[in-house]
Design a protein. Structure first.
Length: 124
């Protein structure tokens, strides 16, 4: 939650700093930094929530909602979208594949297809 608060504070504080090239580069850096940090935070959360034995892998579907939010959250700067999605979905897909049974392979295929569709539709 603190990372989200820092992100929103940063956007609010620097919302009018778009006049020079240096200010725009600072915005670019902030987009990449926060997309990577927030995405990694949620990706690690996804993996940690599925480590407990007996927990249904349907918990991994939470990544779909988080990633779908990236399409509406980061369309202004596509590299931030790509970083955010990779940070959430790649760890989730690898964790699902690690279970190595038919249901988890199907779930991994679905998450992979979802990743491709979101990148195709949300990226450009």
């Amino acid at each position: 939650m603190l990372m989200h608060i820092a992100e929103m504070w940063s956007w609010w504080k620097f919302r009018f700093d778009t006049q020079t090239v240096e200010q725009c580069r600072a915005w670019r850096f902030r987009f990449i930094l926060f997309a990577g940090a927030v995405g990694s935070m949620w990706g690690l959360r996804q993996c940690a929530s599925s480590l407990r034995p007996g927990v249904p892998s349907a918990n991994n579907l939470r990544g779909l909602g988080l990633s779908a939010g990236a399409v509406t959250m980061n369309p202004i700067y596509p590299p931030a979208l790509y970083i955010y999605l990779a940070s959430i979905l790649l760890p989730t897909i690898f964790r699902v594949v690690y279970e190595d049974d038919a249901m988890h392979w199907i779930l991994a295929a679905m998450l992979s297809l979802f990743t491709i569709v979101v990148l195709d539709q949300g990226g450009i």
